[in-house]
Design a protein around this ligand. Structure first.
Ligand SMILES: [Zn+2]
Length: 494
């Protein structure tokens, strides 16, 4: 999650073919005890989680998102019977401690370890063989990396134990080309086996373990699915500053928001629930389109169109343009199937003694989601910090603006917002985890029922000259609904 240590990438169309992925487990064994942290998991564990053909694996996740066309394949490695995974031991302190010892060069210290870990892979990996275009650099199309740092990940909290003494915050980014980050010697894109790594492509790093409701457990899939998404060009669409409660967010419905925490609750309530992130939900349709996983079908209103669910094998996204050329609506059919079985809502339960806690409930049934996209906003504010444009960050991610701006990617959840366009908390269903955000057979969506959170305009964030906000409405009627196929009819008036 979180901030990127390196610089950003921009969304671009991916080649719809498998991309090699190298998983590097890193143990830290300096002289002495300070900064020492060694890996506990096995290479087979990561191989199974990332490359396994069965179950909830990274391979199946990206295959499902791309209609089978795109996934990460194990990079060939020498001297390992576990394809795609190597384990290196560095004679250095864990970056957590190295950063504390270099408070003014924290980023440099972390990136130095990234560079050293990649250099340590030289005996195992023929890096030059991946340089398909022969430009001397490995790009995100040629090879990707997940660096599993021994210890834990801060995304589960900063608690330490005798066994888990040091942590990292999962992130994805690039290394400076030809200069050291923060003048930390060696904190730059290394040349390994004749090619430069992580200057034109990105590294992804995670902590090996994560603190969970059941104590420290090996890091589940969701974080890597999210961070590798950055490496191939996806943007965060959560709210970085969290200053306004209920600011509209896609929450569970994109892996680049809370969707990376998806999980499937056991049918039997006596059974222990799995940890968050074992079943990450799909990416939002806007970024699916930008990356090439799916093509949108532009539709004129006044016709009848079918929306197909992911598992139907015919998944599609309908795009309805509006009078503002940069604002449009995307319609998709999201069902509780495949990795979207990990979608959940959260209910607040009050015990007899008055104490409250929240429970996770997977959706039993999905339906139509109506997405409101504002490309101007998304492209202006999804810069280095890659925010959804929901917070106060400006495009360079450093200074704050005085007024908030609308998010570029919003779901118009059914019954999900108050009169100010903020996500509601009705006392039972937690904010951002609505009871039922879907439109189904017999129900009708009206865009005029939705208010933009920053501009307080109805339907759209801005209206071109000559278009009357008071008269504008996009109406979507759901006229037939089998789950796998939902027929809708749209009418746009203005
Ligand atoms: Zn992120």
């Amino acid at each position: 999650m979180a901030t990127s240590l390196g610089t950003s990438v921009i969304t671009k169309k991916l080649k719809m073919e498998p991309i090699p992925l190298l998983v590097v487990m890193i143990s830290f064994e300096p002289e002495g005890e300070e900064g020492r942290q060694t890996c506990i998991t096995t290479k087979e564990y990561w191989h199974q989680q990332f490359f396994g053909d069965e179950g909830l694996t990274l391979k199946n996740y990206y295959k499902e998102m791309s209609g089978g066309k795109f996934y990460f394949s194990p990079a060939p490695v020498r001297g390992s019977d576990t394809p795609g995974v190597v384990h290196v031991t560095l004679p250095y302190k864990h970056p957590d401690l190295l950063q504390k010892e270099n408070p003014d060069k924290r980023t440099g210290a972390a990136l130095y370890i990234v560079a050293e870990a990649l250099k340590a892979c030289e005996p195992y990996v023929d890096f030059q063989s991946f340089d398909k275009d022969g430009d001397g650099y490995l790009s995100q199309d040629e090879l990707n990396y997940v660096l599993v740092h021994a210890g834990f990940d801060y995304s589960g909290g900063k608690t330490t134990t005798d066994e888990f003494r040091y942590g990292v915050f999962a992130n994805s980014g690039r290394l400076p080309d030809g200069r050291d980050a923060e003048d930390f010697p060696g904190a730059q894109a290394p040349t390994v086996g004749g090619v430069k790594l992580c200057a034109h492509g990105s590294y992804t790093l995670i902590g090996e373990y994560r603190n969970t409701a059941y104590g420290f457990l090996p890091h589940p899939l969701g974080t890597t699915a999210h961070e590798l998404g950055h490496a191939i060009g996806f943007h965060d669409i959560y709210d970085y500053d969290r200053q306004v409660k209920g600011w509209p967010l896609p929450m569970m419905f994109s892996v680049m928001c809370n969707g990376c925490y998806g999980l499937i609750m056991p049918k039997n309530s006596e059974e222990k629930p799995p940890i968050m992130g074992t079943c990450p939900a799909h990416l939002d349709p806007m970024q699916k389109i930008r990356s090439g996983f799916v093509e949108s079908t532009p539709v004129d209103t006044d016709g009848i169109y079918s929306l197909y669910s992911i598992k139907s094998g015919k998944y599609n996204v309908l795009r309805i343009n509006t009078p503002d050329p940069k604002e449009y609506f995307l319609l998709e059919n999201r069902q509780a199937e495949g990795f979207d079985a990990g979608l959940y809502r959260r209910r607040t339960v009050q015990e007899e003694d008055g104490t409250k806690h929240t429970v996770f409930e997977n959706y039993e049934r999905g339906g139509v989601l109506v997405w409101h996209i504002d490309e101007d906003i998304f492209d202006e504010f999804s810069g280095i910090k890659r925010t959804n444009g929901s917070g106060l960050w400006n495009g360079d991610g450093e200074t704050q603006r005085e007024t908030r701006h609308n998010p570029g990617v919003v779901i118009d959840y059914k019954n999900g917002y108050d009169e100010n366009g903020l996500m509601i908390d009705d006392g039972t269903w937690m904010q951002g985890f609505p009871a039922d955000p879907f439109y189904r057979g017999g129900e009708t969506f009206h865009s005029r029922d939705f208010v933009s959170a920053a501009t307080h305009t109805h339907s759209l964030n801005s209206f071109p000259d000559g278009i009357d906000e008071a008269k504008y409405d996009l109406c979507i009627e759901v006229i037939e609904d089998t789950g796998a196929e939902i027929k809708v009819k749209g009418t746009q008036t203005y």
